[in-house]
Design a protein around this ligand. Structure first.
Ligand SMILES: [Zn+2]
Length: 207
């Protein structure tokens, strides 16, 4: 197998993989989209919401905001030492307090961890039209996978077979989450390896 990075710009990366079967290319694509853990808001506790949007719609919008994070610092809740109860290794709190009239943006959320913040600061969450209208809330973000909910989808990925070569593929990857695109690609390769490993062990047990 031979891998060459053809280009890398911002959240986008293009690379070729030579000497693999179509099934491998497909598996790699699926892992990049739906298996690599990313950070998103999962719970929102509203103290005050005078905006025109209901709590549910606002919480849904906030869930879709991509967040950066330190991959070494956080575990998936199901794999955390707290056994999913929630602790500083699997959850991070973001606080939002704003008074109108104004537009409330993603960048107005104050995170308790510097590594966790919105990828883009100018994503509108809601608008407060009248003076003294208020939004006050606490949001909890955690790692998750795209296969559980689209808000955790790591990337948009496509690939094509290289001209006249059956075993050569060119991948186009765009990270749409808070994980850097090269980190996402290397994490996918690791995950694929772990899966083969687990499969191998399971097969051995059958004997
Ligand atoms: Zn935990």
């Amino acid at each position: 197998m031979k891998v060459d990075v053809l280009s890398r710009k911002g959240p986008e990366m293009k690379f070729s993989v030579d000497g693999v079967k179509p099934a491998f290319a497909s598996a790699l694509r699926r892992i990049m989209i739906s298996e690599v853990p990313t950070m998103a808001i999962e719970f929102v506790d509203f103290k005050k919401n005078d905006s025109a949007l209901t709590d549910e719609i606002m919480a849904n919008r906030m869930g879709m905001i991509p967040l950066t994070f330190d991959p070494k610092a956080y575990s998936l809740p199901g794999e955390c030492k707290c056994e999913g109860k929630g602790c500083s290794s699997c959850q991070v709190t973001l606080v939002l307090k704003k008074k109108g009239p104004c537009v409330v943006y993603s960048g107005d959320m104050k995170s308790t961890d510097r590594s966790v913040r919105p990828v883009h600061d100018k994503i509108p969450i809601t608008e407060l039209f009248v003076k003294d209208e208020e939004v006050q809330l606490e949001a909890v973000a955690q790692l998750g996978r795209g296969r559980d909910h689209a808000k955790w989808q790591g990337a948009v990925v496509g690939y094509k077979v290289e001209d006249n070569k059956k075993d050569s593929f060119v991948f186009n990857v765009e990270s749409i989450s808070g994980i850097e695109v090269d980190e996402l690609v290397s994490r996918s390769a690791e995950l694929l390896e772990t899966k083969f490993d687990e499969f191998g062990k399971a097969v051995k047990k059958l004997k």
